[in-house]
Ligand binder design. Sequence first.
Ligand code: PRP
Length: 188
Amino acid sequence: MSVTAHGIAAIEFDEAAIARAVRRLADDLVRDLAGEPFVLVGVLKGALFFTADLARALPTDVDATIDFIAVSSYGKADRSSGEVRLLKDTTESVEGKNVVIVEDIVDNGLTLQYLQRLLAGRNPASLRSCVLLDKPYRRRTDVRVDYVGLTAPDTFIVGYGLDYQEKYRNLPYLARLHDWAFAGEGRE
Ligand code: PRP
């Protein structure tokens, strides 16, 4: 059993639950891509560990490559603006490729919608979205999500790549914070 980090109120999904979800997503991708090569495009920073674990969960004979893109969804103080900025583009072109966007979480959906529009405009052979954590009840757009690992409770979740003010990303589990762990502003 994991010993929780300072500030963690409860573990929502432990390492085993995450691993099961990742395994199922990898199986679904392999089934649907049916032997075609594809590129996993991980969305930094949140999907850092998810992308790595998803890639390692693929059978070794699958023709998969890994790339990363980085976006900043919002200014730190205002999560309501809906402004998405491209911080780092993929290093390889996605044109003509089967692309899988790998996201840690879809909340209001504006980030994923931005990425889908951006990458769809580059003429990929196909474009899919694979998300570890979904908060479907918080959508502000009808963005398409093809693969979902886990449905998150309506609480602020940290760990396994997800942060609160850049902290907690390194935790191996997905967890909820104590109220006192929030330093005043900056969370919704
Ligand atoms: C988070 C998360 C998603 C996005 C989801 O990224 O990693 O990319 O927000 O939110 P949405 O569905 O409401 O648009 P963030 O901008 O916090 O950056 P990070 O991944 O570097 O933590």
